[in-house]
Design a protein around this ligand. Structure first.
Ligand code: HEC
Ligand code: HEC
Ligand code: HEC
Ligand code: HEC
Ligand code: HEC
Ligand code: HEC
Ligand code: HEC
Length: 423
């Protein structure tokens, strides 16, 4: 936690400089937008420049974002409980406490199905390293990279990233919490050592609050190494908070700044599609290259303006597609107001399956069907494993000791499953 705060305060320092740059930027934005609105008779702009102006209007300068610490003063209880959630912990600086795998002797080697290749994880002077080792001593060759960022709170596992100057790459070896061991990261082939997989903005958009791209494009892995915020922030779901904070600080009279006219978003007060899109920015699939740069989506605005999630595939995977699966459920279709918040309180660490099963009982009385009668008293404490089983993903698999093992995720298509289907 210490390191995360450190990164955030570094970010705050830097923001002071950026605020100046950005206020110049927003002045320019006002200048370019206003004249056109006020003079409708002006020469029609070309289609491309009209599109650019329309896109700019969807973008909010970074200076409007204030970070989680700014909320703590007035929403201390929410900030405190939120810090224990998977969302907050989904990206962190690498440290002894954030890396779940063991780097001590005896447990720091991962062998592969290639007898000439193994991986070694080490700590040296407070930093962490991953090495690929080829051949046999004394003719060993190694390639070593630092382990700088941790992705994944560790419910299932973690991936690790390294900086090479200002380029961000994935490391081939990850960690499986379920198997308690180092594994080939998802998509990495056992027996090879691939260190050159660039980390694109979309990956970080789902797993972090913010990364500043040096060359904004969907496939660039070049970032400003001093301007990033780890963990998913309050503002990713509530929108930029500067206006709200200023308004609450000075009282509602001071609605003078541009920002003050944009109040904080409460998802519960949005229309149901706008509300669903807030979760959908990260739980609605990977999508095609983005319509606007990563991290520009503003909660409450139509998501499709920012991220292109339309995909032709009818085969909805259990990985990261909870929204689409839930919509297939009778529970969703037959009740007017089921949302993600019906079962999940996003500001608190996820409760256990027994507590989550109580959410089902908010709408259902348990009928004594044939199967239910057999389960007996254990019934009420676990509706979930039978009606929302963990199912194998068709897109995420792990190559473990040369065998392809699909990762399993909790399906959100709530229905009756046979025992075979659940296996
Ligand atoms: C100076 C105190 C203060 C700060 C700082 C502050 N808030 Fe608030 N916030 C309030 C108060 C007071 C309310 C209740 C206002 C009301 O009843 O409409 C509120 C309401 C809200 C609401 C509900 C709004 C609604 O329309 O229902 C959200 C969401 C929210 N805050 C999020 C945040 C976030 C996120 C941050 C940090 C970026 C933040 N707040 C920072 C004081 C603050
Ligand atoms: C900025 C991206 C992002 C947004 C927005 C987002 N999520 Fe997530 N969510 C994630 C990621 C990434 C994980 C996996 C975190 C991990 O374990 O590392 C996750 C995990 C979860 C989990 C599992 C938590 C656990 O403890 O295992 C739930 C439940 C969840 N999200 C629900 C929601 C809901 C509901 C919303 C909307 C209110 C939402 N998420 C919005 C990215 C996001
Ligand atoms: C579209 C959003 C999205 C993108 C892009 C994405 N993830 Fe995820 N990731 C999720 C969600 C959501 C989860 C939680 C499991 C689930 O529901 O699928 C998750 C789970 C994980 C986990 C397991 C977390 C845990 O605590 O068990 C790791 C590790 C991970 N992702 C790494 C990555 C890496 C590395 C990238 C990019 C190379 C990436 N993800 C790209 C949304 C995303
Ligand atoms: C993953 C998305 C997400 C994140 C991150 C998030 N919230 Fe929320 N927040 C929501 C949703 C959804 C609601 C509406 C809940 C409902 O439907 O009842 C909400 C409601 C609120 C409310 C008003 C209603 C209430 O429950 O009191 C406040 C205040 C608030 N959030 C503050 C925060 C603060 C502060 C943070 C950061 C520490 C934060 N939120 C992080 C999704 C999020
Ligand atoms: C917001 C209310 C609500 C919640 C919460 C809810 N359901 Fe439902 N569920 C319904 C409604 C309404 C139906 C449709 C009933 C009908 O068609 O008679 C339904 C149908 C079902 C069915 C039958 C599905 C089918 O395809 O035949 C199952 C099984 C089910 N729910 C299980 C669950 C479980 C398990 C949970 C908790 C994880 C849950 N429900 C949570 C409202 C809800
Ligand atoms: C051991 C697995 C199992 C558990 C645990 C379980 N169910 Fe079921 N449920 C089934 C099966 C299988 C059916 C289909 C009818 C049958 O075979 O008895 C069913 C049917 C249903 C139906 C449709 C009933 C109907 O009359 O069509 C609902 C609603 C439902 N379950 C809700 C729940 C809820 C709520 C819980 C938790 C309190 C729960 N189930 C726990 C396996 C389970
Ligand atoms: C009817 C209740 C219900 C609703 C509605 C619901 N979830 Fe869940 N969700 C659950 C349960 C139960 C789990 C299992 C938690 C566990 O395994 O500890 C879960 C798990 C998750 C996970 C972790 C998945 C994994 O494989 O580890 C994510 C992510 C998630 N939900 C996101 C969402 C999002 C996004 C929405 C809205 C589109 C949503 N959920 C709506 C009940 C629900």
């Amino acid at each position: 936690m210490y390191s995360l705060r450190q990164a955030n305060s570094r970010f705050r320092e830097l923001r002071r400089v950026l605020v100046l740059a950005a206020s110049v930027g927003s002045a320019l934005l006002v200048f370019t937008v206003l004249p056109r609105a006020q003079t409708p008779s002006a020469k029609a702009p070309s289609a491309a420049s009209a599109r650019n102006t329309a896109k700019k209007a969807l973008l909010v300068p970074r200076s409007e974002y204030v970070g989680d610490q700014a909320c703590e003063r007035c929403h201390g209880d929410k900030v405190e409980s939120y810090e224990k959630t998977a969302h907050h912990l989904t990206s962190q600086l690498a440290s002894k406490s954030t890396i779940l795998g063991t780097v001590g002797p005896g447990e720091n080697i991962m062998r592969t199905s290639n007898p000439d290749l193994y991986f070694r994880m080490e700590a040296k002077d407070g930093r962490f390293y991953q090495s690929a080792v080829w051949g046999t001593p004394p003719n060993e060759k190694t390639r070593t990279h630092s382990l700088d960022l941790v992705i994944g709170s560790g419910g299932q596992g973690q991936s690790y990233l390294y900086w090479n100057d200002d380029q961000l790459f994935g490391l081939p070896v990850g960690y499986s919490t379920l198997m308690h061991r180092w594994i080939n990261g998802p998509g990495y082939v056992d027996g090879t050592a691939e260190f050159d997989r660039g980390i694109i903005p979309r990956c970080l958009e789902c797993h972090a609050a913010y990364f500043e791209s040096k060359f904004p494009s969907a496939d660039s892995n070049v970032y400003d190494t001093t301007n990033f915020v780890l963990g998913i922030s309050c503002e990713r779901c509530h929108g930029p908070g500067r206006g709200h904070v200023e308004m609450e600080d000075r009282g509602t009279a001071a609605k003078t700044t541009r920002a003050a006219r944009r109040p904080i978003v409460n998802p519960a007060k949005l229309s149901s599609p706008r509300r669903a899109e807030i979760c959908g920015q990260c739980h609605g699939g990977h999508g095609a290259p983005e319509a606007l740069p990563a991290f520009s989506y503003v909660p409450g605005q139509p998501l499709g303006n920012y991220i292109n999630l339309s995909d032709s595939s009818k085969d909805v995977d259990v990985h990261g597609q909870q929204g689409k699966l839930l919509m297939r459920s009778k529970c969703f279709q037959a009740s007017l107001d089921m949302t993600c918040s019906t079962c999940h309180d996003i500001h608190k660490a996820e409760p256990d399956l027994s507590a989550l099963s109580q959410r089902c009982l908010g709408c259902h009385r348990v009928e004594m069907t044939a199967t239910h009668s057999k389960v007996g008293s254990a019934l009420a404490s676990n509706c979930v494993d039978c009606h929302m089983p963990m199912l194998p993903s068709k897109v995420v698999s792990l190559d473990i000791d040369g065998k392809q093992i699909p990762a399993r995720f909790r399906t959100h298509w709530i229905r009756i499953y046979s025992e075979e289907e659940r296996r």
